[in-house]
Design a protein around this ligand. Structure first.
Ligand SMILES: Nc1ncnc2c1ncn2[C@@H]1O[C@H](COP(=O)(O)OP(=O)(O)O)[C@@H](O)[C@H]1O
Ligand SMILES: [Mg+2]
Length: 244
């Protein structure tokens, strides 16, 4: 993490974004904010804004500075940790802590043409997908969740709106995790299952049980044995209940 001190506060940024960070420092955060626009996508939840610059398009997230769990700064730091562990995340690359406005601002590269998982589910796109596309999406999501868990992190707010999906129509399907202000280090089985349950709860209205099991099977093939035994037990139990 690199740092730039300005009159108003601190700009933290990742390698590769020094020019953008310097530019932010010169413009002043107030001017930059007033140049953002709304994202034209009714499926985007949350108060994000779009900033178009010569360095590319960025999504802006803004929150009151806080020492509590889900701050912008936490999300920025967690993004670095997750990336270092090889988890595909779309993270804040520049973070501005403004003393004057008592706020933190985070900028992340905007992926145009991507869809959030929420979009896919609420817009009922899921039902229109072919079985093989559904399988590919489910597997890709299971991979990324499993990779995060085996790297020793839990998300804390894993739900479809915090998954960004790109390249649905080509071979190169990509899924990114978003919004990890609440990510923490934990290898607790309970915390992991909570992540999975939260994701399932928000998807199960639309996603079939078959796809749910596909997810589990793929997830379990990646995570370590301890949780695998646990979830196999749950799976067996569910089957028994359903047979009754
Ligand atoms: N880099 C990005 N490119 C395109 N869309 C994004 C990007 N990051 C987030 N989004 C969209 O914005 C929404 C809100 O982002 P998120 O980081 O989850 O903010 P919040 O903390 O407000 O929930 C996501 O559900 C997704 O639809
Ligand atoms: Mg979110």
């Amino acid at each position: 993490m690199l740092k730039l001190k300005t009159e108003d506060g601190v700009i933290r940024y990742e390698k590769g974004y020094e020019e953008f960070a310097r530019w932010l420092g010169v413009q002043g955060i107030e001017n930059v904010i007033s140049n953002t626009c709304d994202v034209e996508d009714k499926w985007i939840r949350g108060r994000v804004k779009l900033l178009k610059t010569e360095f590319g398009e960025f999504l802006l997230k803004e929150k009151r500075s806080s020492l509590f769990r889900s701050s912008i700064l936490k999300e920025f730091q967690n993004g670095i940790l997750l990336k270092e562990s090889g988890v595909a995340v779309l993270s804040i690359v520049v973070c501005v802590s403004s003393k004057k406005y008592k706020r933190d601002y985070g900028f992340l590269p905007y992926i145009s043409g991507s869809l959030s998982g929420l979009h896919i589910i609420k817009n009922l796109l899921w039902n229109g997908f072919s079985d093989s596309l559904r399988k590919r999406v489910v597997w890709t999501v299971a991979d990324i969740v499993a990779r995060m868990h085996t790297a020793g992190f839990v998300h804390g707010d894993l739900n479809p709106s915090n998954l960004l999906i790109y390249g649905l129509n080509d071979r190169n399907l990509k899924v990114y995790l978003l919004d990890f202000g609440g990510v923490r280090k934990s290898s607790s089985l309970f915390a992991r299952v909570k992540d999975l349950a939260r994701l399932w709860r928000s998807a199960k209205e639309v996603v079939s049980e078959r796809d749910g099991f596909r997810f589990l099977r793929r997830y379990l093939s990646i995570v370590r044995g301890d949780i695998r035994d646990y979830i196999y037990a749950v799976e067996r139990r569910l089957r028994k209940i359903r047979k009754r």
